[in-house]
Design a protein around this ligand. Sequence first.
Ligand SMILES: Nc1ncnc2c1ncn2[C@@H]1O[C@H](COP(=O)(O)OP(=O)(O)OP(=O)(O)O)[C@@H](O)[C@H]1O
Ligand SMILES: [Mg+2]
Length: 551
Amino acid sequence: MQTQGEISYPLTHATVVRVISKMPVPSPESLKKKGTLVRIRQGCKFFGLDPEASGTGEVIGSKDDEPGWTYVRFGNSFKNRYRVGTPAVDDGACDLELDSRETQAYAVVNYGGQLIEAPITGFTVEPGDIVKFSRDPLRVVEVEKCVASGDIAFVTQIMDGGIALVDYKGGRRTVFAGKFAGKLEENGRVVLDASGSVIIDNFGLDDDAFAVDEKSLETVTWEDICGQEEAKNRLRDALEKPAQFPTHYKFFGRRQPHGGLLYGPPGCSKSMFGKAIYQSMIRTCRAKDLKTSQGFIFVSGPAVLDKYVGVSEATIRHIFAKARKFYARTGVKALIFVDECEAILAKRESGISSDVLRTIVPAWIAEAQGIQESGAIVILATNKPEMLDDAVIREGRVDFKILIGRPDRKAAREIFVKNMVKQKIPVSETTDMDKLADLFVSELFSPARKIYEITRRNADGQDEQVSFTLADIVSGAMVPAIVEEAQRLALERELQKAEPSEGIRPEDVTAGVESIYRQNSASDHETALRDFTHDFADKVCGVRKLVQAQR
Ligand SMILES: Nc1ncnc2c1ncn2[C@@H]1O[C@H](COP(=O)(O)OP(=O)(O)OP(=O)(O)O)[C@@H](O)[C@H]1O
Ligand SMILES: [Mg+2]
């Protein structure tokens, strides 16, 4: 490595584009350096003069009182003095040239868009490396060890000569493939260096950007989802049965669905379905000895949305290319689950980031169309189906649209018991699980927990009051929250004792429901209210909020 005296500071960082090897132009210093391998230059006065001085010689040194001259030994014995090209001696005549073994490695670095060739001595560099180099004398000093950070781009075309066309920040540009030349995949993800011109990492199509982290994902099976029988059936029909009963499907000429839409109010198990589908995919993949992470592509709509026009489209093409690759390699259809899909597939004229959506939706449709031949199943999930672009979800593009609705009494009861059991929450001896569950349901669906008072005119022209209650906004997600609140209250009480002795009492459950009611009655429920008044919309005379939002 260089010493401090030889190189200029500060050093500059640059990205290596190419590494080449070539003969350096000899300098007088290099020709005087002991050990340098040289030859006598053709055409100079010493050439061919001494038969012993043919071939390669080795510099043995120079004398201070003989500037411009160096001593070279040929073979074991013959040595002579030669001019090194110092301007003061014979107008810079030089008798020597470097031997081919003196070829030097050079890094072609990209420095602020400028390509600079700098010699490398004593270590190796690879294209894509970030190096420190000195500008005077020009040389690569060392390879930067830090992990290079850069921006993600998507390969659109692989070209000859170590060049690739990429989508980067919404634009198209050519970049150096660096050490990944020959290894790039179309639509694959790559990382560009800070100047955006050299590929410094290649994730390809097998990257884990959309893979599910199995460790962090709670295991959800079909059985964990309470109620929602129709949705379960339809999804299993789409995902599992065609493989289980191939002859039946063939008999009826029924093809496997390409995909569908799950829609419904927040907190009612759409995302749970994503996880259950993942478990189902794991079983399919394990049976065939495949890596599930490549076949289950979990996409969160907001995560795909990018502020740069073009990036989201590139991400979408990447996702579908990944699915096609999986299918081509394994014969198993990949599954693309797009949670909160309204973030990217909203109506184009909706005014929400309209510029971005105007191009994402057509890109989506083009890819989704293509996937029908290449094999993947796409499941979309949203709690705002009215926002989705009609073209995305028209018949033929999605095979089924399933409402994942609010839990009914039976399902809510089941979710309650499941959560109590799963968390091993003790029940007071004064009651039992069945009684608590019954109480929970009657409290949750109680007509007394009113949120809005709606005045409607009946057929006789009389005004009558209808109540919009907690039951009208019940969600599956509310249930674990209530269980947790009841558990908290019971714990508070038991903390008064030296040893805990009693589990959850009925009043804890009631208080839990009451607490959720109070939290919810403070906020607005426009969508639920619209659904509620839908059937008698023209007869509504007034809506009164019973609890005002706290300011
Ligand atoms: N049918 C159900 N069975 C069991 N638990 C449920 C059910 N529905 C909801 N839950 C509970 O509610 C939580 C939230 O559900 P999930 O995340 O699937 O809702 P979502 O429909 O995706 O909501 P959002 O539209 O807000 O994304 C789950 O983790 C689970 O604890
Ligand atoms: Mg969700």
